[in-house]
Design a binder for this molecule. Structure first.
Ligand code: HEM
Length: 180
């Protein structure tokens, strides 16, 4: 896997392009479903929302794990360069598109169901906003590792790894149980 940086960058760009094409195809599919069955579209939208949040959460739980192992790899080593590619692709090809789709369909669902003033939804939204903040922090860490300037310790990333887990539990309980 330890290709030269230029080859890795090029394959990263190709992966990014594939993510954009995938989002384009999803857009066309959603438009077709909406036109074919506008009454039943709400459940399709919710299914797409849940698929997107599963992908987003998978990435948010895995990326800090990569940071933990990356802290153990020597800077400039083949292993460190491989972690850079894995982190960048996970972020660009999975986490970023999944978060975008989760927000777009989530906000549409909230608007369509008229739930945006309900307490369970406001607490869920607060959890999703903090999750998006963690997303931003992870994005800056991918850049820092990519430029060999990460100063955070393995212990730091182990602690940070718990944040998406706790938020995910809170968010799912709010939307499924609706305790408030
Ligand atoms: C990013 C901002 C988000 C917004 C605006 C949002 C909004 C919504 C809305 C309005 C619903 C539909 C409720 C219904 O019809 O019953 C929903 C369903 C759902 N959301 Fe989200 N959501 C977001 C993020 C998330 C995240 C991060 C997770 C998981 C970690 C999540 C998990 C779910 C689940 C599991 C359902 C289906 C619940 C059910 O059918 O019982 N959402 N979301």
């Amino acid at each position: 896997m330890a290709d030269d940086p230029e080859t890795m960058k090029a394959s990263g760009r190709r992966a990014g392009k594939r993510a954009v094409v995938a989002l384009g195809i999803l857009g066309l599919l959603v438009a077709a479903i909406f036109l074919a069955n506008p009454e039943g579209f709400y459940l399709w939208a919710k299914a797409i929302h849940v698929i997107a949040v599963i992908s987003w959460m998978a990435g948010m739980l895995y990326l800090p794990r990569l940071f933990i192992y990356h802290c153990e790899a020597e800077r400039g080593s083949a292993q460190s360069e491989t972690f850079k590619v894995m982190e960048r692709r996970l972020l660009r090809v999975i986490i970023n598109p999944a978060m975008t789709v989760a927000w777009v369909f989530g906000l549409w669902l909230a608007w369509h169901a008229g739930v945006y003033l309900e307490y369970w939804f406001l607490l869920k939204l607060a959890g999703a906003l903090v999750m998006s903040g963690a997303h931003g922090y992870f994005s800056s860490a991918v850049r820092a590792f990519g430029e060999d300037r990460n100063e955070k310790t393995e212990r730091h990333w182990r602690l940070v790894n718990e944040i998406p887990t706790v938020l995910m539990i809170l968010i799912v309980v709010m939307v499924v149980v609706r305790p408030f």
